[in-house]
Ligand binder design. Sequence first.
Ligand code: PLP
Length: 425
Amino acid sequence: MSTPYWGPDFDALAAFDPDIASVVTDELDRLRSGLQLIASENFTSPAVLAALGSTLSNKYAEGYPGRRYYGGCEVVDRAEEIGIARGKELFGAEHVNLQPHSGASANLAAYGAFMQPGDTLLGMALPHGGHLTHGTKVSFSGKWFNAVQYGVAEKTEHIDYDQVRDLAREHRPKMIVCGGSAIPRLIDFAVFREIADEVGAILMVDAAHFIGLVAGKAIPSPVPYADVVTFTTHKVLRGPRGGAIVCKAEHAKAIDKAAFPMMQGGPLMHAIAAKAVNLKECLQPEYQTYARQVITNAQALTEGLAAEGLRPVAGGTDTHLALLDLRETGVTGKDAEARCDAAGIVLNKNAIPYDPQPASIASGIRVGSPAVTTQGMTESDMKSIASLIGTAIRDEDGSRTAEVAAGVRELVGAHPAYPEPARAV
Ligand SMILES: *Cc1c(COP(=O)(O)O)cnc(C)c1O
């Protein structure tokens, strides 16, 4: 390197802006001191954070490598080219776009590539495990498109493929979307492909939640089946906050044009560089070990919670997350979330399929293993976490909060997030 590295200077921040510096350190303390069980969160590596905090943030680079609307892009071009090549290798993909600022932006671009306002979109209902951007009324996806929604069968709590087929035949959607934010079981992409082919629809897989498990070769890939796969880079995958799109070569032009200039302006080159770093991490053999352990841990956690009287929706999990029905405990999702939070266990209330409660209260909780697995926790730790959650949820008067909090401290003490030496950038 001809120039010295110029990166995050925390002392300068602390000297100039102690208010924000304390937010940064307090948040690190919060991450370290609690159990982070939000299924969509993870801990990025110092290498990813270094790229994210770099001067690449300054560069305007509208367009794509070699075809930019600004001068001086020859250096940042390399970051995007390297990232795209790694994405192709990792996912066996024909085309990769790393520019979407988020998962929602990636979905907006994918819809924009194939649909006009008023066209029909068949997606999974949010209360059944889908996502806001799959056709809910409050999102652009439900406002601009004619959204038809499928769900899970009441009995099995698995995706109701017969319903998907029936709705597709009836409504002839332009696009069919599968994937979601609270689907514990594997999705049968081959069946979705078959249905899409039958009605001439574009099949989009929103792999935001589980793409990390695909990258780690721990679950089957949607890439061979889907016309387009969108995902976030910050969930199991463990990269910077952002989105990405992978598609067949025949759709490359449409997807690129939709990401820019249809939906976005200048790309976040620091985020794209950080995505490239993350993709390199995902190509290492250790990442595959991580992805498998994420699933093993989610399963151990789910079994432990079942033993505490929390019913696993869909009978368990094949992935990094579980949805638990709390009705037998008589505690709502909202109360369970608050009681766990008081003891340093961070998880979220979540609607369960056919939930009798409104979403703001919910009958369930969602838990995920990506972050605690990054910390190095294994099955025995999951059993301890399950028992702590069981105690916290039943603790009506808060008399056992201190005891649960002590259990949390012991676990995170043995497996610290961002241990001290890694702080030095
Ligand atoms: C998280 C998620 C998104 C949205 O990602 P953002 O980065 O929050 O916009 C989209 N789809 C699914 C299925 C998700 O889980």
